[in-house]
Design a protein around this ligand. Structure first.
Ligand code: EPZ
Length: 415
């Protein structure tokens, strides 16, 4: 297993382009199945989760090739409605294929994704909504078998604005005769990006990005080309790296409208942040101020995926900060690792209290994607050397994080 050797305490500088969003390209790759045609996705990030999803597309009989940052998919040869158990278990967000395969093939068989590093990852909201639209779903021995030939349009309400459930309903409904509405839908920008792509394919979806989405079923979809939106969590992660190393950097290919909660938090902490078109300039303060309270919420609230990297940044801030993680049950795995670096963090359930002061390098390990990115960010700001194990988690959501940080002047090696 690869690891990082990081010699912290160096300032960063320069500029970096933010790559396409993992959480947009994954549902868009599932959506491409519905086209039965050729689709080209531009600015597709070279991530292990993307390669895993390419394997799923090929298993279904589609062709999928990533050349540089262009992903070519052709789903005219799709000939299966089953996802093998090993592929499902490796990446729980593969559940997004449930709606897409059902929509295209009329039936689907896959295993329930089960839990992951972030705790229990139920799909009850997905199944409840799809059953309300007439999908016949059988759950047996951890497998899900669904028949979609009696599906019909209708109105569904989500008791919680689940991102994946919203995406699955849309993918299952785009071909259903009549109008399907989703109330209390998730509003994440990645859903809007997926709907923009589906509308280019000939779908008729309105309201993406709001809590009320309307899908007017269409009989035929076709291939489309699409540029994946920038990854707002990757942008937030590099902002955290600027904060822990007290640096000024420029980020290219960002959307200011996607970063409101993070920008507001770091301006409170003393950072100077400006936007010029699709670029951001951030200058961190020599001594960051603590942030009284950060509560993770659904979009446009503070994103749970940025919680760990921001916790790492707050370890260096003057004073006491409080974080409340409201979305996932188990997103504090990095606290014991940060304590090995000298962090002063108390945790009780969903609440973490961080008393900031400088950190020292240590031997630590990543245990999930965003936690790994957070520990990397902490190590950049810590004095001395850090050995970080488990960087394969980071490869799921960051393209060569070590190369990107090195281009900003960080002393980081991957071995
Ligand atoms: C998506 O996960 C993202 N993944 C996650 O990013 C992100 O953290 C999350 O949305 C929230 O923004 C992808 O887009 C591939 P949810 P998803 O359904 O769809 C509970 C990363 O690091 N829930 O909105 O799984 C669930 O347990 C990843 O890039 C139910 O109870 O998120 C969780 O507590 C991590 N029943 C909460 O809702 C359900 O049927 C949010 O889940 C579904 C979800």
């Amino acid at each position: 297993m690869d690891r990082y050797i990081i010699n912290g305490g160096r300032k960063l500088g320069g500029r970096l382009r933010v790559h396409g969003a993992k959480n947009a390209v994954l549902p868009i790759m599932a959506a491409a199945v519905l086209s039965g045609d050729r689709c080209s996705l531009y600015d597709c990030p070279d991530l292990s989760d993307v390669h895993h999803t390419i394997k799923i597309l090929r298993t279904l009989g589609c062709s999928a090739e990533l050349n540089g940052d262009i992903l070519e998919i052709n789903s005219d040869s799709i000939n299966s409605w089953e996802i093998p158990e090993d592929l499902m278990r490796e990446m729980r967000s593969s559940i997004i294929f449930l709606g897409a395969i059902a929509g295209k093939m009329g039936r689907v068989r896959l295993c329930a994704p089960g839990g992951c590093e972030l705790g229990n990852r139920p799909i009850d909201l997905h199944l409840k909504a799809l059953r309300q639209l007439g999908m016949e779903i059988r759950e047996e021995n951890g497998f899900i078998e669904a028949i979609a030939d009696k599906m019909h349009s209708g109105d569904v309400h989500l008791s919680f604005p689940s991102v994946g459930a919203t995406e699955n309903i849309i993918l299952a409904a785009v071909g259903l005769k009549g109008e399907t509405t989703i109330s209390n839908a998730a509003r994440e920008p990645e859903i809007t990006d997926m709907c923009d792509f589906l509308n280019k394919m000939g779908a008729d979806i309105e309201g993406a990005g709001s809590e009320n989405i309307r899908i007017n079923g269409v009989a035929h979809l076709h291939g489309a080309n699409h540029k994946i939106m920038p990854d707002r969590i990757v942008a937030a992660t590099f902002m955290c790296a600027a904060m822990t190393t007290k640096s000024e950097i420029e980020l290219l290919n960002v959307r200011s409208s996607h970063l409101g909660a993070i920008v507001s938090a770091f301006r409170d902490s003393g950072a100077k942040i400006e936007f010029f078109k699709d670029n951001m300039y951030i200058r961190a303060p020599e001594k960051a101020r603590s942030i009284d309270m950060i509560k993770t919420q659904v979009y446009p609230g503070f994103p749970t995926d940025a919680q760990s990297p921001v916790m790492a940044a707050l370890c260096f801030a003057e004073g006491t900060s409080v974080i409340v993680e409201n979305i996932f049950d188990s997103r504090y795995k990095i606290i014991p690792e940060l304590r090995k670096m000298g962090a002063d963090i108390l945790q009780d359930g969903r609440v973490a209290v961080i008393k900031g002061h400088d950190l020292c390098g240590a031997h630590i390990k990543a245990m999930d994607l965003r936690g790994g990115a957070a520990l990397t960010v902490a190590a950049l700001g810590a004095s001395g050397q850090t050995v970080l194990n488990g960087v394969h988690y980071i490869d799921r959501g960051y393209v060569s994080l070590e190369k990107q940080l090195k281009s900003l002047g960080a002393d980081i090696e991957r071995i």
